[in-house]
Design a protein around this ligand. Structure first.
Ligand SMILES: [Zn+2]
Length: 96
């Protein structure tokens, strides 16, 4: 996404600073649907803003750490990326 596309996207979220919206977009690898889901939830947005990350299909987007089967085990509670320590704010299945 270009700077102007980011700014255009941020207009819809005027309650957040543009930098914050940009950070959310970066964390999602510019997946606008996932970014919207985060931005619609103030707590999630703040968590990302405070160095949070996302796990998609068992892989953290920050470092690419793959939890493999652990990601889908109900017995294991995954809260943080083991490489960088970022809090995992939302967990998404792989887009199909
Ligand atoms: Zn990480």
């Amino acid at each position: 996404m270009t700077k102007s596309q980011i700014e255009k996207f941020a207009v819809g979220y005027s309650s957040y600073p543009t930098d914050c919206v940009e950070e959310v977009l970066k964390v999602t690898n510019f997946d606008e649907d996932v970014a919207r889901e985060i931005l619609d939830d103030k707590e999630k947005t703040l968590a990302i803003w405070q160095n949070g990350t996302i796990m998609i299909d068992g892989v953290t987007l920050c470092c690419g750490y793959d939890f493999a089967e652990d990601a889908f085990s109900k017995k294991i509670n995954i809260g943080y990326c083991p490489i960088c320590g970022r809090k995992i704010v939302i967990k998404k299945p792989m887009n199909e």
